[in-house]
Design a protein around this ligand. Structure first.
Ligand SMILES: [Fe+2]
Length: 338
């Protein structure tokens, strides 16, 4: 009788502990509801002015993207990322000058979403810069974040924030900025949509767009060090003509890509040391409650699909599907930039 009661109590205590641990991971989300948003005047222009006062050639900055704030799942993930970002300076080795978002700061461009983003900004201890994404309403972006296209100097480096929320950017404007950037040791370009496909098993199909090809040639011509983009909710680094293209879209939005292919929450920390540029990926696990309600299920789905295949037992899968775009092999843009 006593042993049975003991087992019963142990089981109850175990489940109670589980509930407490999971509930504990929800706490930041609760306090976030009462957090104060940053002032609208705390925008791109104001932060750039502050950044441009920095001097020296040894610094760090943080890049992330696609936080899509305004949905509780995304806010919870961004808050966890933020906790890690705000600890990046704890070793006092190198100043962290700013944080930049590569766009899609809002879930879908509503005023409510932008207010959530401004709360995230207010909780960030470094100056925040934001690029515009395709989900960010233009008028509201201007109201909450300021300029959508600009360039600035930080110490020995030149940063160009490009608006390509609608695909092709303003190339003439960009080329002028790239010329300006030649006076500095490094040039970094920040845009929302990568001019390449970070993931081939995906519908995002920009690799065969002339603007993307030409843009890569242009960025190589001016020896850009690194290009940061998002749009795809994953991490991937690719190199074209000596330029690193980092897709960093793991800033909060629920991720669909398998973890083994880069589908995880993360941010990038870049370190500039005079002539050298290095970066590290900071992979952050989701909040526990989100891990058990979404991310484990996502991985399980991919695991099951991989294990079972997609009808490989009975299906022959022999139909050849032509690309949607015709004439890919006989267009001049594949060979030289006009
Ligand atoms: Fe996005």
């Amino acid at each position: 009788m006593g042993a049975k009661l003991n087992r019963h109590i142990t089981r109850k205590v175990f489940w109670l502990l589980c509930i407490i641990i999971v509930a504990y991971s929800l706490l930041p989300l609760i306090s976030f509801q009462f957090a104060k948003p940053a002032e609208k005047s705390n925008n791109n222009q104001v932060n750039v002015e502050q950044i441009e006062k920095n001097e020296g050639s040894y610094f760090s900055f943080i890049v992330f993207g696609d936080s899509h704030n305004g949905l509780f799942t995304n806010d919870a993930s961004t808050l966890k990322l933020l906790w890690h970002m705000n600890r990046e300076d704890r070793f006092r080795k190198v100043p962290i000058d700013f944080v930049v978002s590569v766009g899609d700061v809002s879930l879908d461009g509503s005023r409510h979403d932008f207010k959530a983003w401004k709360k995230i900004q207010n909780l960030t201890k470094y100056p925040v810069i934001a690029a515009i994404g395709n989900h960010d309403d233009r008028e509201l972006f201007k109201e909450f974040c300021g300029d959508n296209q600009f360039a600035f100097v930080n110490r020995n480096s030149y940063f160009i924030v490009v608006d390509n929320a609608d695909d092709a950017p303003d190339v003439e404007w960009l080329e002028e900025r790239l010329k300006d950037g030649q006076r500095y040791a490094h040039t970094f370009v920040i845009m929302h949509k990568p001019p390449c496909d970070p993931y081939q098993q995906e519908w995002y199909n920009i690799d065969n767009a002339p603007w993307a090809y030409n843009l890569r040639k242009l960025l190589a011509k001016y020896h850009v060090d690194m290009v940061f983009a998002g749009h795809k909710h994953m991490f991937r680094c690719q190199k074209f003509d000596g330029v690193d293209y980092v897709t960093t879209g793991g800033g909060g939005m629920l991720i669909e890509v398998p973890e083994s292919d880069g589908g995880y929450l993360h941010y990038i920390r870049v370190m500039v040391n005079h002539d050298y540029v290095t970066y590290e990926i900071r992979k952050v696990s989701p909040p526990l409650w989100l891990h058990i309600t979404y991310y484990l299920a996502k991985e399980a789905l991919y695991w099951a699909r991989n294990w079972y295949g997609s009808g490989y037992i009975f299906g022959k899968n022999k139909t050849i599907i032509e690309p949607k775009v015709q004439g890919l092999n006989d267009q001049e843009y594949w060979f030289e930039r006009k």
